[in-house]
Write a protein of this length. Structure first.
Length: 183
C-alpha cells in the first residue's frame, strides 16, 4: 500500500485530533482530582522553612509528613516525634477561614519530655502533660493575621484546644478536646 501526500496528511490530522482529545480529557481529569492541601511552616528558632503539599484528597503525603516532623522537632534537643496530620488540617482550615494563605511562623512544635519539664518548671503556663509531647500541639502566628483574630478564627472552627497568649503574641492549637484559655 502506498501513501499519497493527501492520505498521509489526513492520517496525521486524525492522529493530531485524537492526541488533542486525549490531552483535553487528561486536563479535564486533572481538574476533577481531589484538592491538595499545602502549608508553609517557618521555624522561629532555626533558619528552616517548608512550603509543602501535605495532603492530596483524603491521603496524607508520607514524605511531606516526614519533612514536617523534622521541621517541628524539639529544637533544643533535636528529638523528633510524628506530628498528628489532623493538626495540619486544623492549621489549614483556620487559615482558610481567615482568608489567607496558610503561612505559619512556628514558636513551638514537638517538645521532648525533658524540654517540657524544664519549661513547666519555669512557667505555670506550660502543662505537665502537654500535647506538644505527643506531636498534637503547636504554637504559631499566622502571616498577615493578628493573633487576636487568629484565636477567634480557631475558636470558630470548634476543634481542639485554643490558647491565646497575648503578651507572647502566639496562639496554641492542638487536636485534643475542644477547650480554650488565655495565657
Amino acid at each position: 500500500m502506498s501513501w499519497s501526500r493527501r492520505r498521509l496528511l489526513g492520517a496525521a490530522g486524525m492522529i493530531a485530533g485524537a492526541s488533542a482529545a486525549g490531552m483535553l480529557g487528561a486536563a479535564a481529569e486533572a481538574a476533577d482530582t481531589p484538592a491538595t492541601r499545602r502549608i508553609v511552616l517557618k521555624s522561629l528558632h532555626t533558619p528552616e522553612s517548608l512550603d509543602i503539599v501535605f495532603r492530596r484528597g483524603d491521603d496524607y503525603v508520607p514524605d511531606a509528613l516526614s519533612a514536617i516532623q523534622v521541621l517541628l522537632r524539639d529544637y533544643r534537643t533535636g528529638a523528633q516525634h510524628p506530628i498528628d496530620p489532623r493538626l495540619l488540617d486544623y492549621l489549614h482550615d483556620v487559615a482558610q477561614l481567615a482568608r489567607v494563605e496558610p503561612v505559619f511562623a512556628v514558636v513551638s512544635g514537638y517538645r521532648s519530655p525533658q524540654t517540657n519539664e524544664m519549661l513547666h518548671e519555669r512557667s505555670n503556663g506550660v502543662a505537665s502533660r502537654s500535647l506538644h509531647m505527643e506531636g498534637r500541639a503547636i504554637d504559631v502566628r499566622l502571616a498577615r493575621v493578628d493573633c487576636t483574630e487568629l484565636a477567634e478564627k480557631a475558636l470558630a472552627v470548634q476543634r481542639g484546644g485554643v490558647g491565646y497568649y497575648h503578651k507572647s503574641d502566639f496562639v496554641h492549637l492542638d487536636t485534643g478536646r475542644f477547650r480554650t484559655w488565655r495565657g
